[in-house]
Design a protein around this ligand. Structure first.
Ligand SMILES: Nc1ncnc2c1ncn2[C@@H]1O[C@H](COP(=O)(O)OP(=O)(O)OP(=O)(O)O)[C@@H](O)[C@H]1O
Ligand SMILES: [Mg+2]
Length: 495
């Protein structure tokens, strides 16, 4: 026997578990629709991972006196009555490493893109307590969407939770994807979680991210419409776990949950299958807790504790614009504000279809740079006033000079806020655009020509006085010197 063999034998003996080892084994009494009832697991704990015969897994969903109920997260069809079940003593986790960037995974961490297993992973629990208060810091850094209507009037801060809500087809996903695409300028890691979306929709998002070169800093967690209820249920937690992996390394992360309406539906189905008492709209009573504990995991961590942040953009779908349905009201009360997309605005070509009056961002304003504050301060109020008086003029009422000016400006603001997809603007560019508007440079431009005019002026500013752009971008300030420079330039241009 040579030395190597001896060493190998020794190593193996070290690993050999001497002593008595007791393992509790349960049996599947009943299985179907992605859930199973199991007898014999008396020491099971809530949320514990159980393993079935065939390498399949489930999570303990409810504990009953004589049985436990389990949500199957692998292949539900593979679990049959009579199968043996073992407790694992672990909670569900997902293997994450820096190599997940650019990858498309299912909520258990298995690749869906055929690019091979993720290597050198650290197991991140799907269910994890939110960072404690003491570790948290105020939201103070902006998260730029590159979308004018948001960055100016509904600014989002890193660590904030902002709901994107609206009817189907109003541009919710587009808004989130454009925001992800904009992060390439900012070193923010992105996680996009697709829950219950059609395969084609998911494929479109992947394509868009790839085309905008955003896939390389993004992780996609996908439980599409065809996935089991269990996978749809755990998908957002998997996304949160991936985001936490990067946050704990001090990184800023943006996570999009598209969408939590589908998530709530999956949770409701599971609860009904397991005969939990239904509450409002047949959702189980703890659906509020389910979503609030998920969104609590978004936070900004104090530098003292290693920094990092998770910004969450949960998406919710409404039906006929009803914000008062159960899941929308819950989510509105949990988050730090909502961006409401309106179907009528969308249909009349006002896209992004943000209904400014019904949208709010409660903490992002503190992160806005002085330059943007200066030009955007009055926009929201002016716009609201404009909308009010616009109705009267539609009815043909005569208006005073002052009102006419308000309308002229408001209509131009509405034009300026329209923005095609994948055309994000930086801070300085946005500041220049709103400066032009506020200073009246657009008032005499015909409405249809406002957008091309703004575009060409912006281009000229960038080409001919690039130092102005640079100054605003780097300092975040709009000094009177810069303003004079801009005024001189723009006045020269419009003469
Ligand atoms: N800024 C934009 N400019 C032009 N088209 C847009 C813009 N935003 C969204 N759209 C288009 O509107 C359509 C609907 O957008 P999107 O799929 O994002 O809606 P949604 O609200 O996510 O819908 P669902 O609820 O069905 O998921 C898409 O075809 C998209 O390309
Ligand atoms: Mg969508």
């Amino acid at each position: 026997m040579n030395n190597d063999m001896l060493k190998d034998l020794k190593d193996r003996l070290q690993e050999f578990p001497f002593g008595v080892h007791v393992e509790e084994v349960g049996f599947v009494e009943e299985a179907g629709d992605g859930v199973a009832r199991i007898s014999g697991l008396s020491t099971a704990r809530y949320n514990e991972l159980v393993s079935f015969d065939n390498n399949n897994y489930g999570i303990v969903f409810s504990l009953k006196p004589d049985r436990v109920e389990v949500v199957i997260v692998g292949e539900p069809e593979a679990v049959k009555a009579g199968d043996a079940v073992k407790l694992t003593g672990r909670v569900l986790s997902i293997g994450v490493s820096d190599n997940v960037l650019g990858r498309i995974l299912d909520p258990l961490g298995s690749p869906l893109d055929g690019l091979g297993e993720i290597k050198q992973t650290r197991q991140m629990p799907l269910d994890r307590a939110a960072p404690p208060l003491i570790e948290r810091d105020f939201v103070k850094e902006p998260l730029y969407t590159g979308i004018k209507v948001i960055d100016s009037m509904l600014p989002i801060g890193r660590g904030q939770r902002e709901l994107i809500i609206g009817d189907s087809g109003t541009g919710k996903t587009a808004l989130a994807v454009d925001t992800i695409a904009n992060q390439k300028k900012f070193d923010v890691i992105c996680v996009y979680v697709a829950i219950g979306k059609k395969k084609a929709e998911v494929a479109r998002v992947i394509e868009e991210l790839r085309n905008s070169d955003a896939l390389k800093y993004t992780v996609l967690i996908v439980a599409d419409a065809g996935a089991s209820l269990g996978l749809k249920y755990i998908a957002p937690y998997a996304g949160a776990a991936v985001a936490e992996y990067f946050m704990l390394k001090g990184r800023d992360v943006l996570v999009v949950y598209d969408d939590l309406t589908r998530h709530a539906d999956a949770y409701r189905s599971l609860s009904l299958l397991l005969r939990r008492p239904p509450g409002r709209e047949a959702f189980p009573g703890d659906i509020f807790y389910i979503h609030s504990s998920l969104l609590e995991r978004a936070a900004r961590r104090h530098d003292h504790y290693g920094g990092g942040s998770i910004t969450a953009l949960p998406i919710a779908e409404t039906y006929a614009g009803r914000l008062t349905a159960y899941i929308p009201t819950n989510l509105i009360s949990i988050t730090d504000g909502q961006i409401f997309l309106d179907l009528n605005l969308f249909n009349s070509g006002i896209i992004p279809a943000v209904d400014i009056g019904r949208s709010v961002s409660r903490i992002g304003g503190k992160t806005q740079k002085p330059a943007m504050k200066q030009v955007a301060e009055r926009l929201k109020l002016d716009y609201a006033q404009f909308l009010e008086v616009e109705i009267f003029t539609r009815l043909g009422a005569p208006v005073e000079e002052e009102t006419r000016a308000l309308i002229t400006r408001g209509q131009r603001l509405r034009e300026v806020l329209k923005q095609p997809r994948f055309s994000s603007l930086g801070l300085a560019e946005q500041v220049v655009v709103f400066f032009m508007l506020n200073q009246g440079y657009l008032d005499s431009i015909e409405l249809q020509k406002v957008r091309p005019f703004v575009e060409s002026q912006l281009l000229k500013v960038k080409q001919e006085i690039p130092e102005v752009i640079k100054e605003i971008e780097t300092t975040g300030e709009l000094t009177s010197k810069t303003k004079n420079r801009l005024t001189d330039f723009l006045t020269g241009e419009t003469k």
